[in-house]
Write a protein that binds this ligand. Structure first.
Ligand code: MBD
Ligand code: FE
Length: 308
C-alpha cells in the first residue's frame, strides 16, 4: 500500500474559540502556537495533527494522507495524473504550514481537497495533553479515521480503491451504502456513506485507555447539546465510543479498543447487522429515526451478538 495512514486534517471554521475549547477541554489535544490566524493541535510526537483556520466555508478543508518517502510520493502522483486528475506540488510555504517535508495536493471526485505527504516533522517537545489523558493511539495506525458523506459513493469508491489503493474492509448496502477502507492495521482509516451531499460525517480519534473516553464523556455531557451519539460499540471495528458535535456541525468520534486487522490476510465482506452492538443513540435525530435504529440495535442484542 502506497498510502500508510491518515496523517492530519484541516478544518475551516468561523468558530475558532469553540474549536479551541472542544479540542483541548474535551478531546485533550495540545494546542501549539496559534499566531498564524489558525489553531494547531498535537496528538502525539508529530508537530501537527489537526489545524483549524478561519474560513467562511465551514467544514473539512483538507485531508493529509501519509506515504513513506519521496519515491512513494512520486508514484502516487503519477497514478493520480494517469486517472486524469491534476496534481499540484506543495511549495515551501505550504510545507511549512503543514509541517511536512514534502506534499502534493489535488481534488477528489466529490471536490474535497486531498493532500499526500511524506515525513511529518516532530514537535519541539514531548506531547503534553491539555487534560490528563493517557494519550492517543496513533503511530503506525495514523491519526484515526475519517468518514465522508457522498452523493457519488460509487465514483468515490473507485477513486479511493483503484487510484489511491485503499483496501476495502467491509461494506453495507442497506438502508444506505457504506464502504469501510483500511490502509494499515486499523480496521478503517476511511469510510464513505451514501448521502444527499458531499461533506464530512465525522472523524474518529482513538484513546489509549477506556477511562479517557469515559472521562471525556462526562465533560461533553456538561456542555449542553455537545453529545450527538451516546456511548456504544460498533459491530465492525468493535470501537467503544461516543460522538460529539464539533463546532463546525460534523461529528467527532472519541473511541477506544478498535479492532486491529492483518491487512495481508484480510478479506472484504458484506455486513448486515447495523452499526452497533449497543448504544450510539443518535440524540440529534427525530424520535421516529431514532426508534428505527434502536429496533435494529435491540434485535442485535436479542440475537446475542457481541465482540468476540
Ligand atoms: C464506525 O466507526 C462508524 O463511525 C460507523 C458509523 C459505523 C461503523 C464503524
Ligand atoms: Fe467512526
Amino acid at each position: 500500500m502506497l498510502i500508510k495512514g491518515l496523517g492530519y486534517l484541516g478544518i475551516a471554521s468561523s468558530h475558532l474559540d469553540d474549536w479551541d475549547k472542544v479540542a483541548t477541554g474535551i478531546l485533550g489535544m495540545e494546542r501549539t502556537d496559534s499566531s498564524r490566524s489558525a489553531l494547531s493541535f498535537r496528538m502525539d510526537s508529530q508537530a501537527q495533527r489537526l489545524s483549524v483556520h478561519s474560513g467562511a466555508k465551514e467544514g473539512l478543508a483538507f485531508m493529509g494522507w501519509e506515504v513513506e518517502g519521496p519515491v512513494a510520493l512520486q508514484a502516487i502522483a503519477a497514478r493520480i495524473e494517469k486517472a486524469g486528475i491534476a496534481v499540484q506540488a506543495g511549495d515551501a510555504a505550504l510545507r511549512d504550514q503543514r509541517q511536512v517535508s514534502d506534499l502534493i495536493f489535488f481534488t477528489d471526485p466529490d471536490g474535497h481537497r486531498v493532500e499526500v505527504f511524506h515525513t511529518a516533522l516532530s514537535g519541539p517537545a514531548a506531547f503534553a495533553p491539555a487534560r490528563p489523558i493517557s494519550g492517543f493511539l496513533t503511530e503506525s495506525l495514523g491519526m484515526g479515521h475519517i468518514v465522508l458523506n457522498s452523493a457519488n459513493a460509487g465514483k468515490m469508491l473507485e477513486f479511493y480503491r483503484d487510484v489511491l489503493g485503499f483496501s476495502v474492509s467491509d461494506y453495507g448496502k442497506l438502508p444506505y451504502q457504506l464502504y469501510f477502507f483500511h490502509v494499515n492495521g486499523r480496521h478503517h482509516s476511511f469510510a464513505l456513506v451514501e448521502a444527499a451531499n458531499a461533506s464530512c460525517h465525522h472523524f474518529m480519534i482513538e484513546l489509549q485507555a477506556l477511562d479517557d473516553v469515559g472521562q471525556g464523556y462526562d465533560l461533553a455531557q456538561m456542555d449542553e447539546g455537545r453529545v450527538a451519539y451516546t456511548l456504544g460499540r460498533h459491530i465492525n471495528d468493535h470501537m467503544f465510543s461516543f460522538y460529539l458535535r464539533s463546532p463546525s456541525g460534523f461529528f467527532i468520534e472519541y473511541g477506544w479498543g478498535g479492532k486491529i486487522i492483518d491487512p495481508q490476510s484480510w478479506k472484504p465482506h458484506e455486513i448486515f447487522d447495523g452499526p452497533s452492538y449497543w448504544g450510539h443513540d443518535r440524540l440529534y435525530m427525530t424520535e421516529p429515526q431514532r426508534s428505527q435504529i434502536r429496533a435494529i440495535t435491540l434485535d442485535v442484542a436479542r440475537r446475542g451478538l457481541r465482540s468476540p
